[in-house]
Design a protein around this ligand. Structure first.
Ligand code: AMP
Length: 350
């Protein structure tokens, strides 16, 4: 067990790190944020901050020397420099990052465990795209294998004709068939150092322009029916990776059952509601898991809940939200609002 008072290192400095650090502080831990940005909204609520490049091995090693455990709030942390750190300092381990950082590897990994992604083919050059569209079918989505998030690095194609004139990076892509889904949902679990696994209720998630707009409970009946199968896959993924901490898998609920979309080896936006909506939040349970503490109860405290992301300019809406007695407002303290940027969220219970 890592004793309260110890320092938890967090790689990444955004809102997930901020909410993790706040949960860690409640349990008496200090957090040290490591991030390439000069300003970090996670560092604002943490004991220490190192701003350095991911590949700066000397600084990374010095940072790790003062941490009892090191975790991530961002899945695209390069894995190579992490090899310089003692492997048992990292929770979860780097294999989870390696799998989740590459859409192709992630899909193959999940297929090997019996999961079903959308039909897909790797595309490594312009010339391969036409063939991939013909074999997988259109409409579909061309995605970068690495580094895409919130709909970035994605191109929707309604027919093979649209390929002409399309300007995309010439390597490391994947073409997926468009899934006709009834709903989207996520499975969020926490796995302790002793292998115990707990799940939060699965919310129904609505995305707009590739960005999560809101998550709500109860989810539609089709989601509720498909959660057990999705949970079995998520648990198999966690076990295969020897995972410690919070893990998220996103799914499409279709007439043919749950279709795997992607995984995140970290706390997840569709789990922000657990701060007020569950007995123990995803953030607190992640801290408990990586510190070897007993896991907290993941039960929902209300059968009805909605979490809405506040995206872009929100200054005017914040005061309005606070007039609603059921609303719990979270603002991330980002200095500049930009289109598509997550500035905060609001959770309404009941
Ligand atoms: P991703 O970043 O891959 O999770 O994509 C963001 C969102 O785009 C998803 O949550 C879906 O709403 C949509 N999307 C991505 N891939 C597909 C697909 N193959 N079929 C249908 N919708 C998709």
């Amino acid at each position: 067990m890592i004793r309260p008072g110890s320092t938890i290192g967090i790689l990444g400095g955004g809102q997930l790190g901020r909410m993790l650090a706040m949960a860690a502080a409640q349990l008496g831990y200090r957090c040290h944020i490591y991030s390439p940005e000069k300003d970090s909204i996670a560092a604002e609520v943490s004991a220490e901050f190192t701003s350095a490049e991911w590949h700066d091995k000397a600084v990374l090693t010095e940072f790790a020397r003062h941490c009892a455990v090191v975790t991530y709030e961002f899945e695209n942390v390069p894995v190579t420099p992490l090899a310089a750190l003692p492997p048992d300092l990292l929770a979860p381990g780097t294999r989870a990052l390696e799998v989740a950082q590459d859409r192709l590897r992630e899909k193959r990994f999940v297929e090997d465990l019996g999961g079903r992604p959308a039909p897909y083919l790797p595309v490594d050059s312009d010339g391969e795209l036409q063939g991939a569209i013909e074999r997988v079918g259109a409409p579909g989505i061309l995605k970068t294998r690495r580094e895409g998030y919130d709909g970035k690095g994605q191109w929707r194609l309604s027919s093979a004709r649209e390929v002409e004139g399309l300007r995309v990076p010439n390597d490391g892509l994947i073409y997926e068939g468009l899934v006709r889904f009834e709903a989207e949902f996520s499975v969020i679990l926490v796995r302790g150092r002793d292998g115990e696994v707990r799940f939060w209720d699965s919310t129904q998630n609505v995305h707009q322009g590739g960005i999560l707009a809101h998550s709500s409970l109860p989810a539609a009946p089709i989601v509720v029916e498909q959660v057990p199968e999705a949970r079995r896959l998520a648990q198999a993924v966690a076990e295969e990776l020897g995972y410690v901490g919070v893990l998220t898998l996103e799914f499409f609920a279709t007439e043919q059952g749950p279709v795997f979309n992607e995984m995140a080896p970290r706390v997840h936006n569709s789990g922000h509601w657990t701060i007020e909506g569950a007995v123990t939040s995803q953030f607190e349970n992640h801290v408990r898991a990586i510190c070897g503490l007993p896991l907290g109860d993941t039960a929902s405290v209300s059968p009805r809940m909605e979490m809405e992301n506040l995206i872009g300019e929100v200054t005017g809406t914040a005061a309005q939200i606070l007039t609603d007695p059921t609303a719990h407002l979270h603002l991330y303290g980002k200095a500049e609002a930009r289109q598509g940027r997550k500035m905060g969220h609001v959770t309404r219970l009941g």
